[in-house]
Design a protein around this ligand. Structure first.
Ligand code: GLU
Length: 256
């Protein structure tokens, strides 16, 4: 089957270092790969986290005691910072990008959902790369996604994507500790296969950002069950997105 559109989700752990600073070379490598696919007529929707951390990077400590409000403020400042990085990187590659923020309610059936479809279809038809994130400045409690993995899955379904690629800081699902040489990477999982026992073993570190391997596994299986092959792979690996599209055996692939 011809691949025409894919969704790539990049988590906070991929685009930040251990001091919680944004890693510009990683953003650049992501954009470079998206431009390679663009040249092949494959459009990417990029679901990027990083708003809260990019805000904290500039604001630092605050006097705000309420954690939710603090997250809102960090995200409000950080989201345009992330977009400024992406905007200028895409510009360097002669491409354009646009921002689509959403809360969970926007995916409910009805006018909101249709508005989102129109927006994504409009951007894609113009060759503009949509960059999605949760609207963290206003999404709280009921309107919150469990994490950006859930958002990425909903976007993949919404735009009828041919693939979903979830980039994390591990190479996929492992039978044991990924650093242990006896552990093996599980290359393919069907969506009704029981692999939950491997989740704990596959976790290297779960720093900033919500989500985590258990959530990724659940989301990957449910997306695959909707006939969208889904990958969990290492976003710090060079050329990872292009290699997956070229069918190299990378990460863990989830199929129907
Ligand atoms: N939307 C959040 C951000 O951009 C991240 C959510 C997640 O970690 O999944 O900071």
């Amino acid at each position: 089957m011809d691949i025409k559109r894919i969704v790539v989700k990049v988590g906070t752990n991929v685009i930040t270092n251990k001091d919680n600073r944004i890693l510009h070379p990683i953003l650049k490598e992501l954009v470079r790969q998206i431009s390679v696919l663009y040249e092949r007529d494959i459009m990417v929707v990029l679901v990027s986290s990083g708003a809260a951390i990019a805000g904290r990077e500039v604001i630092g400590d605050t006097n705000i005691t309420d954690a939710s409000t603090r997250r809102q403020v960090y995200s409000s400042v950080g989201q345009p910072r992330m977009m400024r990085h992406y905007y200028s990187l895409f510009h360097d590659y002669g491409m354009r990008c646009g921002q689509v923020l959403a809360t969970k309610r926007d995916f409910d059936i009805g006018v909101h959902r249709q508005n989102m479809i129109n927006c994504y279809e409009g951007l894609l038809s113009e060759g503009i790369i949509p960059i999605a994130n949760e609207d963290d400045a206003v999404s709280l409690t009921m309107s919150m996604f469990s994490d950006n993995d859930e958002l990425a899955s909903l976007v993949a379904e919404l735009i009828d994507a041919d693939r979903l690629i979830i980039l994390s800081d591990t190479d996929g699902l492992y039978t044991g500790d990924p650093d242990d040489e006896d552990s093996e990477r599980i290359t393919e999982v069907s969506c009704n296969q029981d692999v939950e026992q491997y989740v704990q073993a596959s976790i290297k570190k779960e720093g900033e950002g919500r989500g985590g391997m258990a959530s990724k596994l659940k989301i990957a299986k449910s997306t695959a069950s909707k006939e969208i092959p889904t990958y969990i792979a290492n976003g710090k690996r060079q050329n990872v997105i292009v290699d997956i599209i070229d069918n190299k055996e990378i990460g863990t692939k989830f199929i129907l």
